[in-house]
Design a protein around this ligand. Structure first.
Ligand SMILES: Cc1ncc(COP(=O)(O)O)c(C=O)c1O
Length: 465
């Protein structure tokens, strides 16, 4: 851990401008002497900064701070004091979803052709035919019991022990996250979120009047655990909303060690983890990373997720693993919506009983990986020099840094005028950071029209900096 401490100090110096772009870092010998660590530790710290894209090695000379625009993704913003979210763009997001003339590269969802739409439609008709009364009546507030049992079985197949009695069916993952925060917090409380993060999480936090503390996800998708520890030690943080698996927009996951360290650190400080695992099933190489819940029996984690990205966003079938909070969450659910609509739950349950979900997921993951790889190649071909891409491993997002000096809000407006939806980077931060980033979805099957759209976007990007 020593090298991580040293890397953190150097990172802060770089982020706060104490070490400017192109400047040389102190030599290994100087670092070792001034911080009383071994030369090996100093080297490891420099390597860590190199992995994060903050520094680069020049053979036989030393380590230098990378010049802006040469890194993979720009310097992560330094952590700030907790604050109410003040990014107005969040609350009036250009939701162009209903506009069929727009190519929806802004929307993180798989195209209907990648989802089992016909099978789900058949399941809906069958459920209505066979269980008409149940379909049209009130469903139990906690959700349809056979569906909850099927979900619990899926966790068992991942080696995660979950009791069907602690599963609460919700209207998508978003309702689950909102309910978890409503139960855990009061207006004015501080919650920790990772940055960049899904704008829906930031909107919920803003709507609930919570203060936000942003913890940067590192370039490799990891977390600075030393920084996390110091943030949680400094102030009472009621909850942390994290997307450990294939986060939106990075498409990267925390490794198992980091997940366990995150759990331990939050448990130590009494911070409840609200885990959004919506992309956990979308590992492009089929290696499903475990949810945080795998290492905790629900005493410190509330897991929230849904079938929105895997089966159907429109049916709005999500769920939460309530753990120790199940009773309170159930009351909150009952008092807000009474329960989810019955028919979509019956249909998903019917689908799970008759079809091999895993087989569908394998096909979906392959398709998303293929789309992402074609899109990355097209962006390489068509976008100006200085464009940087991360290296996502799953999910639905490509996170792209435009050349230095670009304004992604202007870019996305120009793209929309040309019929292409693009999500500007500043909506992924409560404070409007990432102004030179955009997120594209890789949920649409790659074809000539996507290639042509990416070419048009490349022309816009080239004209803007
Ligand atoms: C990280 C994340 N969480 C939650 C959601 C929304 O999920 P749902 O449609 O199930 O409410 C999204 C959708 O983009 C997302 O990216």
């Amino acid at each position: 851990m020593l090298y991580k401490n040293l890397a953190r100090l150097l990172r802060l110096q770089i982020q706060q401008g104490g070490l400017g772009p192109g400047e040389r870092l102190p030599s290994i010998r100087q670092l070792a002497a001034s911080h009383q660590v071994s030369a090996a530790t100093a080297v490891q710290a420099c390597l860590q900064l190199e992995r994060e894209g903050l520094a680069e090695a020049r053979p036989r000379i030393g380590y230098f701070v990378r010049v802006a625009g040469q890194g993979l993704i720009s310097t992560v913003p330094p952590p700030r004091a907790p604050a109410l979210i003040s990014n107005p763009a969040l609350l009036d997001l250009l939701l162009v979803d209903d506009n069929a003339t727009i190519l929806p590269l802004h929307a993180a969802r798989p195209a209907p052709s990648l989802l089992p739409d016909a099978t789900i439609a058949a399941a809906l008709s069958r459920s209505l035919r066979r269980h008409r009364e149940q379909s049209l009546g009130y469903a139990p507030p906690q959700g349809y019991a056979p569906l909850r049992r099927q979900i619990a079985q899926r966790y068992a197949s991942m080696g995660v022990t979950v009791d069907a009695d602690e599963i609460i069916v919700t209207a998508g993952a978003m309702e689950a996250i909102t309910m978890a925060l409503r139960v855990l917090t009061r207006p004015g409380d501080i919650v920790l979120v990772e940055t960049p993060t899904y704008q829906g999480i930031l909107q919920t936090v803003a709507t609930l009047g919570l203060q936000v503390l942003e913890l940067p996800r590192l370039r490799d998708g990891g977390l600075d655990l030393v920084l996390l520890e110091s943030l949680l030690a400094k102030q009472a943080v009621r909850a942390a909303v994290m997307v450990p698996n294939f986060s939106n927009p990075l498409g990267l996951s925390l490794d198992d060690d980091t997940k366990q360290a995150l759990l331990a650190c939050c448990a130590h400080h009494g911070t409840v983890l609200v885990e959004d695992d919506i992309y956990g099933d979308l590992a492009w190489d089929d290696s499903r990373p475990p949810p945080l819940r795998r290492w905790n029996d629900g005493g410190a984690v509330i897991t929230c997720t849904s079938f929105s990205k895997t089966l159907s966003p429109g049916l709005r079938v999500g769920w939460m693993l309530g753990g120790a909070w199940t009773g309170e969450l159930l009351r909150a659910k009952y008092f807000s919506t009474v329960g989810n609509a019955a028919l979509p739950q019956l249909a998903i349950s019917d689908y799970l009983a008759r079809h091999d979900l895993e087989r569908h997921l394998r096909k979906l993951r392959r398709a998303l990986a293929g789309n992402a790889s074609h899109m990355r190649a097209a962006i390489d071909r068509h976008w100006p020099a200085g464009t940087r891409m991360g290296e996502p491993r799953g999910g639905l997002s490509l996170w792209i840094q435009l050349p230095a000096g670009s304004d992604a809000a202007v870019f996305s407006r120009a793209a929309l005028a040309q019929g292409v939806g693009v999500m500007p980077g500043h909506v992924f931060s409560g404070n409007g950071d990432y102004r030179d980033h955009v997120r594209l979805s890789c949920g649409l099957p790659f074809d000539q029209s996507i290639d042509a759209a990416l070419r048009r976007l490349g022309v816009i990007a080239a004209s803007l900096f």
